[in-house]
Ligand binder design. Structure first.
Ligand SMILES: *Cc1c(COP(=O)(O)O)cnc(C)c1O
Length: 441
């Protein structure tokens, strides 16, 4: 690369990733194949619209043929069409969906497109409160969508369930167009059947934002919302799913021609979504990223990915146990997925930011995070959030969780002793270097 400045930074970032352990639960390490697809010449191509199904690869024909005819606004699409069709077919197979839109540039874009597909300005959407584990895009007042739609938020109960009584109450009162189940900082498995029942009763679209747990669903260790009657599922592709940064919308329904405006019915959801992504909320798709998504979906369809997903959950359970044994107080007492929330104030009387800073110094990355009913402000919250998707990709197993919990405890005890922290950093570095990045191979 001729740009020495940028090349130097890429190399420095590689070293940072290799020499530390990534505990941020929304991050992961992609394969070399995913990286190659992302760095390909598909970035040069404009392909607004959707693919045709001429010349389809046989194994995806059945799913893809149901989807739509050729609809691109530029020529030269013989390869982009095949790429997008492969991505769509694989995504549908992975999540048992009738339709996939693989074009959203990010998870936020995917959510906005679904809101736009189904709601008019001012319509009500019911979602999980940000402070209780919901995502910014589920109606936080600082977002654009919160200006357009009327978001009403439900919370979690003391024992960590979604507050299903509150959901029912709010649904009855507001008759929301959408009931949204999804989270970025929630360590339990929601009861999709309960929410589906409420949604059916009040005529709401059932939407699941599975950005954090999509890889667990694909790997069969987390329930799939479609099995409970959900209509739409959005996700990012870069978290547990281990693909490139991007978004994905899956749905059940009849796949139609996106050039014809369909009636707003549940059956037409796939077509409404296609129109909402393009031209509704985005321009040209990122075909290089779609190619990388297709590669990641294929990887997630392999038997090894099931093992990976299982190991993420096993590692998280063990890490939770080891942390508890060392005095860390976990929100809701533990974890059922890949993610752990620690109440640092209750554990050791320091806030999440202080602990995040101490761990940064030794090469363990996690993030400060609000806990339910937090009394501290968002920029200095009471908790930290951590998880096992990335370290499981590196190849860490249950026994390695002992080491991580011990380092976390030592970092807390020595948080004001820079010399001790430096020694810990070297220990973490030596340990981490035993586990190469997937892109090193
Ligand atoms: C990460 C996340 C998103 C947003 O994804 P971006 O790609 O960062 O826009 C949306 N919803 C949930 C639940 C998430 O965890």
């Amino acid at each position: 690369m001729n740009d020495k400045a940028i090349w130097g930074l890429i190399k420095a970032e590689e070293a940072r990733q290799r020499d530390g352990l990534e505990l941020i639960p929304s991050e992961n390490y992609v394969s070399k194949d995913v990286l190659s697809a992302m760095g390909s010449v598909f970035t040069n191509k404009y392909s607004e619209g959707y693919p045709s199904f001429v010349g389809l690869d046989a194994d995806d024909a059945e799913i893809a043929e149901k989807i739509m005819p050729s609809l691109r606004y530029y020529g030269g699409q013989e390869n982009t069409n095949r790429v997008e069709r492969l991505a769509i077919g694989r995504a549908c197979r992975l999540f048992k969906a009738d339709h996939a839109n693989v074009q959203p540039h990010s998870g936020a874009q995917a959510n906005n497109a679904v809101y736009f597909a189904w709601c008019e300005v001012g319509d009500t959407i019911l979602g999980l409160d940000l402070g209780h584990g919901g995502h910014l895009t589920h109606g936080a007042p600082v977002t654009q969508s919160a200006k357009v739609y009327n978001f009403v938020r439900y919370k979690t109960t003391k024992n960590g369930d979604l507050d299903y009584d509150e959901i029912e109450c709010l649904a009855k009162k507001h008759r929301p167009k959408i009931i949204l189940v999804g989270f970025s900082a929630y360590p339990k498995v929601p009861d999709f059947a309960k929410v589906a029942k409420i949604g059916e009763k009040y005529g709401s679209l059932l939407m699941a934002d599975m950005a954090h747990v999509a890889g667990l669903i694909a790997g069969g260790v987390h329930p799939n919302p479609f099995d409970f009657g959900f209509h739409v599922m959005t996700t990012t592709t870069h978290k547990t799913l281990r693909g490139p940064r991007g978004g994905l919308i899956l749905s059940r329904g009849k796949v139609g021609n996106p050039l014809k405006k369909p009636e707003k019915t549940l059956e037409n959801i796939p077509t409404l979504i296609d129109r909402a992504v393009f031209p509704g909320t985005q321009g040209g798709p990122l075909v290089h990223v779609i190619a990388a998504k297709a590669v990641a979906f294929r990887e997630a369809l392999q038997p090894e990915f099931k093992q990976y997903a299982k190991q993420i959950v096993k590692n998280a359970a063990r890490l939770a146990e080891e942390l508890k044994a060392r005095g860390f107080q976990l929100v809701f007492g533990g974890t059922e997925n890949h993610l752990i929330l620690v109440d640092m104030v209750k554990s050791f009387g320091i806030d999440g930011k202080q602990f995040e800073a101490a761990l940064d110094k030794i090469g363990l990355n996690l993030n400060a995070n609000a806990i339910p009913n937090d009394t501290l402000p968002p920029f200095r919250p009471s908790g930290v959030r951590l998880g096992t998707p990335a370290i499981t990709t590196r190849g860490l197993k249950e026994k390695d969780m002992v080491e991580i919990a011990e380092w976390m405890k030592l970092a807390f005890e020595n948080r004001e002793d820079d010399e001790k922290l430096e020694k810990l950093r070297l220990a973490v570095q030596a340990f981490s270097r035993r586990f190469p990045l997937p892109s090193d191979n």
